[in-house]
Design a protein around this ligand. Sequence first.
Ligand code: GLY
Length: 370
Amino acid sequence: MQGAHPEALDLPLPYPVHCRAGARHSVGEIARLAAPSHRVAVISDHTVARLHANAIAAQFPTESTRVFTIPPGEQEKTRTRWAELTDALLEWGAGRDTTVIAVGGGVIGDLAGFVASTYMRGLPVIQVPTTLLAMVDASVGGKTAVDTPFGKNLVGAFHNPSAVVIDPEMLVTLPDDILRSGLAEMIKHGVIADAPYFDAVLRFAHAIRAHGAAAPDFVATITTLIVGSVRIKADVVAEDTREGGLRQILNFGHTIAHAVERVLNFELLHGDAVAMGMVAEARIAESIGLAREGLAVAIADAVERAGLPSRMPVGVSLDDIISATHLDKKARLGAARYSLPRGIGEMEAAEGTWAVAVTDEAVRAALTSP
Ligand code: GLY
């Protein structure tokens, strides 16, 4: 999908993905090419609006552009906020000739994407991720959703963006813990597909842990790594957009992560949950004889090197976690299934299903063994 977008990455996706320092200044130009429209609805949160979204809105004509904001935080990714934003668009008079620009982290990308996917049966959306996690994961691939009290992302739709605009310079204003949280999905990409990429992330993770965005050569190095992650993800979603099989490998670590997030009322950073989820699921993979011995320790070392947690928070009940896994989207016939690694860079194909049924007893045994 380069054609009209010569500066986009060369990826097997039906929409352009731009990733370069300063790309935020070209959102207007990219949107006019990718999704020309009568009106522009910029959706963001209060914090990101001040930092970036208002400036991005200023790249469009004032009279036909409006910024809609919600408070920041995972707890805002709800059906209530979806309804409020939809009503605000209706009140404004937005028609089908409106483009939504989602400017924010994964919460805004998923929520604004879901608003766009359902509004009048579908508006174009341009994803402008502002966190590392959203740059390497949520903004690419067309998943949109809201959370419910029953679990994460349980109500949503597949709705490809018309374009993705990633500007790694935006990361320099991120708090260190939010920046680190994005490293979890990058480590995941290495585990599921690419051992040299895993090593490259680890080499830089230590510098980020020590210096945050003030690490030497931060923007140049993180840009290369983001492009690496986006390529891995693009190759997977190009083959299986609607998660019938292969795409489930992107879910490595997430069966446990989503369960922990739900049990802790979404108060944990998603990257922290994914970090501990990857270690737990690698232990499961080893304990059922799928993964090579030592994999869980290698992943635990990696997440710790990035300053991420490798263990569940003390006091979280394993029973609650196991029962929350039953509502995971990969579950079938009431039984949880997991996307599991065999080693760094290699996932279990499970005869083309890419998800392995694991009994609750086996999960309990794996997670309680010393
Ligand atoms: N975040 C996993 C996926 O996009 O499939």
